[in-house]
Design a protein around this ligand. Sequence first.
Ligand code: GUN
Length: 292
Amino acid sequence: MQLIDGNKIAADIISELKAEVAEFSGRKPCLALVRVGEDPASVSYVRKKEKTAEEIGIDGKIILPPITISQQELESLIESLNADPSVDGILVQSPLPSPLDEKSAFKKISPDKDVDGFHPINIGKIAQEDESGFISCTPAGIMELLKRSNVNLKGKHVVVLGRSLIVGKPVALLALQKKAGANATVTICHSGTENLSTISKQADVLIAAIGKSEFVTRDMVKPGCVVIDVGINRVADPSKKTGFRLTGDVHFPSVSEIVSHITPVPGGVGPMTVAMLMKNTVKAYKMRTEKK
Ligand code: GUN
């Protein structure tokens, strides 16, 4: 069994980006990070994104509007960042506190600064196999993990558990693309799927992105399968200092015994998400500076 080390692969990407950014003349790439409210997970994610940006030489600009900000004010803020020539990438941390409407906010981000890849134009470009867009960071991270672990999807049956707009649907479209490393046969399972384990057992590559702690058990997986666990679930655990432990969507102890490759949680897909955000920011910078 090969453990896919997301920390190591993400660190490789970060050092490649650092070397690339060091060669840029003139201003540094700039990523605006907008966080509304104090959701503990969001506070920690945004801090991690800022730290990683700094490590690479990207200017991370944190913007913390008051929690009372209206939808209109938030969208005006996004528009001012769209118009700001010193900003290359814009990220609005999800989830936004209610009653803010994040789907509407994401649509306001200019597609050429949408480093999260949540804008409908960027999602549509994946379906069109148009590489000029931004691929959202988690699906891009999964594809990069597979590529750098020498897992070729060509002709394989990829089963995706979950149909979210951020992970399930885009990763299914990426695996389906007619290009090197992809070209898979893809099935998406979701909460309405009947006989899910009959389908998951047919997977050569199983991507679990359903947000249910340790949902995938050994009896649902074919021996020799490649398992990518996208889940990050906080499960109460009084024995931990934080009061919780992180689990994936896969029951790691039993499933890891029969697979060929598997990602751990934490330390699998999670670190890749941040690395791919940085990669998208550098891409946005290059697109904007090369256009001039
Ligand atoms: N919240 C959890 N993951 C993400 C992400 O990739 N982007 C944003 N903006 N918010 C998130």
